[in-house]
Design a protein around this ligand. Structure first.
Ligand code: FES
Length: 112
């Protein structure tokens, strides 16, 4: 088992994450993270803020894959963001923050 890095934040139970869906979580400093589980079971964390719509909605976006790249599409203006890097696939000049995510003892941990 991996040692728990004290800089990580436990944000939710891993069982709450359904394949292809996201959940939003609040970090202690007030930032919002959207956490996603892909159909293949991988977990990713991105900023929950859609930079185009300036709204905290990405956790409610659709998760998909294009050419091997897992993405979430914003529910508002539909821009897609690479779940691994936060790069916008429709406008690569836009990058949102990505957060390392992993599961420890059934809890999802985010590295802020
Ligand atoms: S960094 Fe390994 S358990 Fe959090």
């Amino acid at each position: 088992m991996t040692a728990v890095d004290t800089r990580t934040v436990a944000v939710c139970e891993a069982g709450l994450l359904l394949p292809g869906r996201g959940v939003a979580a609040l970090l202690p400093d007030g930032r919002q993270v959207a956490i996603f589980r892909t159909e293949g079971g991988e977990l990713y964390g991105l900023s929950n803020i859609d930079p185009f719509a300036r709204a905290a909605v990405l956790s409610r976006g659709l998760v998909g894959e294009t050419g091997g790249v897992p993405f979430v599409a914003s529910p508002l203006l539909k821009q897609r963001f690479d779940l691994r890097t936060g790069v916008c696939l429709d406008d690569e000049s836009v990058v949102i923050r990505s957060y390392p995510v992993h599961v420890v003892d059934g809890m999802v941990h985010v590295t802020p």
